[in-house]
Design a binder for this molecule. Sequence first.
Ligand SMILES: NC(=O)c1ccc[n+]([C@@H]2O[C@H](COP(=O)([O-])OP(=O)(O)OC[C@H]3O[C@@H](n4cnc5c(N)ncnc54)[C@H](OP(=O)(O)O)[C@@H]3O)[C@@H](O)[C@H]2O)c1
Length: 332
Amino acid sequence: MKAIVWTKYGPPDVLQLQDVEKPIPKNNEILIKIHATTVTAGDSELRRLKLPLMLSFPMRLYVGLTKPTRITILGQELAGEVEEVGKDVELFKKGDQVFGTTGFGFGAYAEYISLPGDPNDVQGTLAIKPSNMTYQEAAAVPTAGFEALHYLRLANIQRGQKVLVFGAGGSIGTFSVQLAKYYGAEVTGVDSTGKMEMLRSIGADYVIDYTQEDFTKNGQTYDVIIDVVGKRLFSRRLKSLKENGYYFLANAGLSHLILKIWISLTSSKKVIIAAASQKREDLIYLKELIESGKLKTVIDRSYPLEEIPEAHRYVETGQKKGNVVILIEHNN
Ligand SMILES: NC(=O)c1ccc[n+]([C@@H]2O[C@H](COP(=O)([O-])OP(=O)(O)OC[C@H]3O[C@@H](n4cnc5c(N)ncnc54)[C@H](OP(=O)(O)O)[C@@H]3O)[C@@H](O)[C@H]2O)c1
């Protein structure tokens, strides 16, 4: 089968189209014919190992010290069709259209993947694809959807509360805006000029173009801030959070960790650096929201499998609106 192999840590060219062995499912596994996968900001950070120090060393130990050896195919999200079912699998049958994540095994940049029929948190998770979504739309839901759901649940979001999403126009951001609206919050999305209209179209009550306006100077305070950008000036942004409010950091570095401890000792504001776990029941919950029209995927561009390096280059420009998806064509 064809796959995009991760040959080294480095620029997008380290991702190369190769013929590799088609996986054979074990008794507890299903073989999925992948129709769509995604290229996320996280994929491109992992490809280069451009991660915060506290993550890059453990990741290098796990993936391979000098080059990727344990994990040689990237891709964490997929949608596809069950082609074969191991004899011990009960949850899925041949022909099911599924979507989900591959967990720490990655491997979705390929025509096929074998995954446990009842995966756990580390192995990712799978569910039947929402009936009103294409494979491409469904593939982009899980990881960012889990993250957004996780934040809003931890904050115990209440109707009428004010939520600000900093970096609202990307993967986590677009799901955060829609979910916060679903829970009845008043939502402000902050991103660059080209994303303002899209943010309004998915329900943001207010939009702020960060190239024109610094939201930390507008006198407003928020119950929840979801910050997927990180970077500098975190302590200034924290001033826009109400007392007892929640500040979520999707992209935290060591300095954020230190500040988090200091803030917990000196104020009632809660800074949370937490990645969501990948639970099947949450995937099913997201599927139900999608099927009832409450949540949709924003897709910017779509590329074929062989152009995944190009897709990585585009994701690295930071210009993508919502998600970049990969459509995998099969000849049979
Ligand atoms: N996706 C996941 O499931 C997941 C899970 C855990 C952690 N993370 C981490 O969370 C981070 C964000 O992930 P993502 O997938 O949402 O990324 P993304 O799709 O690239 O979204 C980031 C958004 O932030 C905007 N942005 C950049 N600089 C900004 C600034 N100064 N002010 C306001 N907005 C700004 C970008 O737009 P412009 O470039 O146009 O400004 C973009 O729309 C990544 O570091 C990722 O590793 C992701």
